[in-house]
Design a protein around this ligand. Structure first.
Ligand code: ZN
Length: 425
């Protein structure tokens, strides 16, 4: 049976090129990034899957007035298995990021180009590959999951457990219209048992060029936007004002060093192996040099080891903020555009063991569990108690110009997924 499945996948290269090409033609950029959303791409994918013989399809539309059709659609394909307990999900996302600076692309980002030859920066040869925005992030995982499913469906092989392919909206901008929406609306706009605690989820949207890293944990993520309210004055008369920029800068420095010192543990699952507290975006204040700003805005990106509850970190932020307010005679408010905790999946979970075995069988490599910087879709699922692992074999060209996907990786990853679908656990 394995030979039959693998040879189907090996013979599916023209099909995968076709699917990648068609998906790439339909930019599914979030309205948050100036696009019209996922509708065209989702409608195409649904029709394509149906034509290929995957017929059990449901679409769930998160309302978003900014997007084409007023919706952000996610699609679920079901392949009934011999058992319906412990269902295996493979979750990819349909949305892509904008191409970025056009001059850095050697071809049209929305037209798939095939290439061969050349080497990576480390000198290893690059195999045959596809180039275009989204071909790797996340169409590689999407297409691999489809090939794996087709290798069963088209040959009359039932998976050992029911397989669910999820093609989610809105991964690149926080998942409020994607996985987060689906989980929050279970029992109302989405079936109550769409996800079950016993389900396992593979997320083929992160990895390394050998396919050895299986991500099972992530840092807690907090993005914060601080607004400092002071008193505007002439540059020569700071005595008559309250410098919001100075106070904001003082806060940024105190938060960076103070939080790093207070939450200073190390954990080797992660890289870097400590919590990070970085001042990032700085918004413009006054347009001229000789005015003391009355208002100032800066942001911080914080990635915190899972052992530290977010509320403990927020309490420390509040304490430091109060010190700065008193010292500079300003008031400071803040919002958290992203704020999420993440429970890890166990390295001994059946999903992780099975994945490790399947990767060894296809690629001949030994995997290792890792944790990452945070803010991925895995956290939403893990927080619901659903085992989730992020894995695929990629060069990680996501979000770069001339993004590419190695055809051999799409094929190999499809074999790993097909092994998962047909394994007992
Ligand atoms: Zn992605």
């Amino acid at each position: 049976m394995k030979d039959k499945i693998f040879s189907f996948i090996d013979n599916s290269v023209p099909l995968l090129v076709e699917l990648e090409t068609e998906l790439c033609k339909r930019p599914a950029i979030s309205p948050d990034a100036g696009g019209e959303g996922e509708l065209d791409k989702c409608v195409f994918l649904e029709a394509w899957l149906r034509a290929q013989g995957i017929s059990q399809l449901e679409r769930y539309d998160a309302p978003d007035a900014r997007a084409k059709g007023g919706v952000r659609p996610s699609l679920v394909a079901t392949i009934p298995g011999k058992a319906d307990t412990k269902r295996l999900w493979i979750m990819s996302h349909i949305d892509v990021v904008p191409p970025g600076e056009a001059g850095l692309w050697q071809s049209d980002p929305w037209t798939v180009v095939q290439a061969d030859g050349g080497t990576r920066p480390d000198g290893t040869p690059l195999g045959p590959r596809l180039i275009g925005r989204g071909v790797e992030d996340n169409q590689q995982g999407l297409v691999s999951s489809v090939l794996a499913a087709l290798s069963l469906v088209r040959q009359g092989i039932a998976p050992s457990h029911t397989v669910k392919l999820l093609f989610a909206a809105d991964e690149e901008n926080g998942s409020a219209y994607g996985i987060d929406w689906l989980l929050k609306n279970q029992g109302t706009k989405v079936p109550a048992d769409l996800f079950r605690k016993d389900d396992m989820v593979l997320i083929p949207d992160g990895g390394d060029s050998q396919g050895v890293s299986i991500e099972i944990a992530e840092k807690n993520l907090v993005w914060a936007r601080f607004t400092t309210h002071g008193l505007q004055a002439h540059g020569s008369r700071p005595d008559q004002g309250a410098n919001a920029h100075l106070a904001g800068a003082d806060l940024a420095v105190r938060l960076h060093y103070g939080l790093s010192e207070k939450f200073s543990d190390h954990d080797s699952l992660f890289e870097p192996d400590y919590s990070t507290f970085q001042p990032t975006k700085k918004e413009a204040n006054v347009p001229n040099i000789n005015t003391i700003p009355g208002e100032d805005v800066f942001c911080m990106d914080m990635r915190i080891l899972p052992r530290y509850p977010v509320k403990t970190v927020l309490a420390e932020i509040d304490r430091i903020k109060a010190e700065v307010e008193a010292k500079h005679r300003v008031t400071i408010t803040y919002t958290t555009p992203q704020c999420m905790e993440s429970k890890p999946t166990s390295a001994d979970a059946p999903l992780v063991k099975l994945l490790s075995k399947s990767v060894a069988e296809v690629y001949g490599v030994k995997t290792r569990p890792i944790g990452i910087g945070g803010g991925t879709v895995g956290a939403y699922l893990r927080n619901e108690g659903i085992d989730s692992a992020v894995w695929c074999r990629i060069d990680d060209t996501a979000h770069q110009p001339n993004e590419y996907a190695i055809i051999g990786n799409i094929v190999g990853d499809a074999k790993v997924m097909a092994l998962l679908m047909t394994s007992q656990c």
